[in-house]
Design a protein around this ligand. Structure first.
Ligand code: SME
Length: 316
């Protein structure tokens, strides 16, 4: 599985070198983002009149590294309170920015920014925008510090060791747990054809492994969602099509990650203790027949690592 994010962190030579060290980053490419002239050259961007930010396109595997971890690392490499200046480099081309290609990343970006803001007394001035455009920089800018080990770098070299030596252990651990869980489900349900029995044990295994607040299924029956099986406190029994997180996941035919349930319009609060949620559609021959719904007592418990593995589980 692969996801992407575009990060502007001052001079892209050092920024790319830093980001490519992080475990789970699959590839990096430097270029110019969110400016207003087609096909800009480095010289044009250098005039600081094109609106472009020097940016690193980061492709990563969300089952190895979360967006939250990537952004926490990113904040180690920038001064997020400095406007249009990083190190000795200044100009709008050196602004800091997080440019996303899917609005579904936005809650995670906001979460990371809010967390980072608590470490500063000045307001953050990191730009957060959808990616409007991106043009790869000329070839000699790619992997610049690998090809020019003594080249200019606005970041201290210790930061590169820091990036190499830190792993997103939470995501790595979660992936190991899900892999084990999948093997358990397959072993337990080998030869079993009754979906109710399979789902009941899947809930139990998920709940026992991760100690979630609530783990369960809602089944599509008579054009609504009907409760069961589940583990956890009592829950509402009927959810209409398009209602709440569950009904929306069914309607939109996609997994929904809700880092903060209070921010989800129409969220159905079965329990006041639930703070974040993930809902994964279960399909048979392409038709949604149920949803797998998991609630956590903590904010932002679920990310694309969970959606990847829970989507595998939902095929069982
Ligand atoms: N929160 C869900 C309702 C089900 S409970 O979480 C168990 C929703 O908004 O659809």
């Amino acid at each position: 599985m692969e996801k992407e994010i575009y990060l502007a962190a001052g001079c892209f030579w050092g920024a790319e070198h830093f980001l490519r060290q992080i475990d789970g980053v699959l590839s990096t490419q430097v270029g110019f983002a969110n400016g207003n002239t087609p096909n800009p050259s480095y010289e044009q961007v250098y005039t600081d009149t094109t609106g472009y930010a020097e940016t690193v396109h980061v492709r990563y595997d969300p089952t190895r590294v979360s967006l939250l971890f990537l952004l926490r690392m990113y904040f180690k490499a920038i001064d997020p309170t400095s406007l249009n200046r990083q190190g000795n480099d200044h100009g709008t081309r050196y602004r800091t920015g997080i440019y996303y290609t899917t609005p579904h990343d936005l809650p995670f970006i906001r979460f990371a920014l809010d967390e980072e803001a608590t470490h500063h007394s000045k307001p953050l001035c990191v730009e957060v925008e959808p990616l409007a455009n991106f043009y790869p920089a000329e070839e000699y800018h790619q992997n610049y510090l690998i090809n020019n080990p003594d080249g200019y770098c606005h970041l201290p070299v210790q930061l590169f060791d820091y990036a190499r030596n830190n792993r997103d252990l939470d995501t790595a651990h979660k992936t190991e747990q899900y892999q084990l869980l999948l093997r358990q489900i397959d072993a337990l349900c080998q030869g079993e054809t009754d979906t109710l029995a399979i789902r009941a044990n899947t809930c139990a295994l998920l709940h026992e492994t991760f100690h979630f607040w609530w783990t369960g299924y809602y089944r599509v029956e008579n054009n609504e969602l009907l409760l069961g099986p589940f583990q956890g406190p009592v829950a509402c029994m009927h959810i209409p099509f398009g209602a709440g997180v569950c009904g929306t996941a069914w309607k939109e035919k996609r997994t929904l990650l809700v880092p903060d349930v209070e921010q989800f319009p129409g969220h159905i609060a079965c329990s006041a203790a639930s703070r974040s949620e993930i809902v994964v559609p279960v399909r048979v021959d392409g038709t949604i027949v149920a949803v797998l719904d998991i609630d956590s007592q903590h904010l932002a418990t679920f990310d694309h690592c969970d959606s990847y593995w829970l989507e595998q589980i939902a095929t069982r």
